[in-house]
Design a protein around this ligand. Structure first.
Ligand SMILES: Cc1cc2nc3c(=O)[nH]c(=O)nc-3n(C[C@H](O)[C@H](O)[C@H](O)COP(=O)(O)OP(=O)(O)OC[C@H]3O[C@@H](n4cnc5c(N)ncnc54)[C@H](O)[C@@H]3O)c2cc1C
Length: 398
């Protein structure tokens, strides 16, 4: 049983169902259309899709390929990572609205008879018996329910209810920013690129979603109320100044009803498991948006978990705690290294960039440096210790 139909939960459900394991995925929302999910599918996730025969189907979804990552400053464009030099099959990040990615993964899972998806199903408690988690309690429009399971996986994101119910508390590492998320229409003469825009006191991610621009404007942590108090012009003005090609369209932002605010967190559990329970993805380690790698890490957690769990679960369980500990041991180094790098960027680039006093440091072109450039593209494109699917496609036995 998996709580949470985000990248971690959906991918784990697919891999387990594909390996012949009966699996129920519970998602609290009625659809996947949450606007503020990460949109980036990295080369290592594309390889995972390739390994399970979904890469072609994925590439049929309308998407935008970013072969290099750049920061646009007032003094010009600074390349950060040139992914076209990666030694992998996929040398780009594919930008896809996350709801399309999740629909692809859950539709693929639904081809296996062991898979069951319950939407509008909000898990609010775990069932504990004999010192172990034996399933969950959830509510849906039909009322309260219990679902028992050999193993419960918490993949319910940064505000994990399952984690809280199991008494697991993450260590907070903090983030200096929140993100204001909104869109403006795209026109044919606009730049054909997804990029980061940095200018004294302002930082904005500019994501090309084909017919519209998805904009992510970073504000100091907790700063949304003061932005709102200044009125919508306080948002229109920096957009027009930082992105002059959008100046004539900022009037389409009519009020704060057109924007969402997303609180950024960076934290990690000391222990990702209890007897009968495994925590993965943001529920185990909330990722900052820096480098846009949280989806990738969530998927890699799912692959590592499926590789370890499919055999014992297909055989009917139980799953020893030592196996859950092994999954945490495997996924801890990539998580720690990635979060460390995110914290460095948060503290050295984002914090000063958002502080109007200091102004942003001028980023350097590291993409062409032999060692640093290769490290940056490996880190962003493939991540640390990328996982590969080791689970076979197996018929499900009821
Ligand atoms: C502002 C911001 C921008 C980001 N941008 C990017 C980006 O561009 N690229 C990138 O790779 N990463 C990005 N990230 C990080 C990324 O969004 C996360 O790391 C990633 O989504 C984690 O996936 P997940 O499956 O673990 O959790 P989530 O994506 O959070 O999925 C959890 C799922 O569980 C469901 N759920 C929650 N509670 C319950 C419950 N009680 N019962 C049942 N279901 C429940 C939720 O509805 C959700 O569907 C960003 C993060 C932030 C904060």
């Amino acid at each position: 049983m998996i709580a949470g139909g985000g990248p971690a939960g959906a991918m784990l459900a697919l891999l387990l169902a594909r390996a012949g394991v009966p699996v129920t995925l519970l998602e609290k929302h009625g659809d996947f259309l949450r606007d503020f999910r990460g949109d980036t599918i990295h080369p290592s996730t594309l390889e995972v899709l390739d390994e399970i025969g979904l890469a072609e189907e994925f590439h049929r979804i309308p998407h935008h390929k970013a072969r290099s990552l750049t920061i646009h400053t007032d003094d010009g464009v600074v390349p950060i990572a040139d992914l076209s030099k990666l030694h992998t099959k996929y040398r780009y990040i594919a930008f896809v609205p996350q709801w399309d990615f999740l629909a692809l993964v859950t539709d693929a899972a639904a081809r296996y008879p062991g898979f069951r998806l319950l939407m509008n199903a909000e898990v609010h408690d775990v069932i504990r018996e004999g010192g172990a988690v034996r399933g969950v309690r959830y509510r849906d429009p039909g009322g309260e329910h219990e679902l028992r399971a050999t193993l419960t996986v918490a993949a319910d994101g940064r505000h994990s209810d399952v984690r809280r119910a199991a008494g697991l508390v993450p260590v907070e590492h903090g983030a200096p920013m929140d993100v204001v998320w909104f869109r403006l229409p795209r026109e044919p003469a606009d730049p054909d690129e997804t990029f980061l825009r940095l200018s004294g006191g302002h930082l904005m991610a500019v994501i090309d979603r084909g017919t519209y621009w998805q904009l992510a404007y970073m504000i100091p942590k907790g700063g949304f109320d003061s932005l709102r108090a200044r009125g919508i012009e306080a948002l229109r003005e920096p957009v027009a100044r930082l992105l002059p090609f959008l100046a004539g369209r900022t009037g389409l932002l009519t009020g704060f009803g057109d924007v969402s605010v997303l609180s950024v967190a960076l934290n990690r559990l000391r222990r990702w498991y209890r007897p009968g329970l495994l925590v993965i993805g943001d529920a185990a380690h909330a990722m900052s948006p820096v480098f846009g790698v949280g989806v990738n890490l969530a998927v890699q957690d799912a692959v590592a978990a499926a590789n370890a769990l499919a055999g014992p679960l297909a055989a009917g369980g139980p799953v020893p705690v030592s196996l859950l500990a092994r999954i945490q041991r495997r996924r801890t180094p990539p998580t720690v290294v990635t979060q460390f790098a995110q914290r460095v960027v948060q503290d050295r680039v984002i914090r000063p960039a958002l502080s109007r006093r200091g102004g942003p440091p001028v980023p350097r072109d590291i993409s062409s440096l032999p060692v640093l450039g290769a490290l940056a593209r490996r880190f962003i494109g493939s991540g640390v210790l990328p996982e590969h699917v080791r689970t076979p496609e197996r018929p499900y036995r009821a």
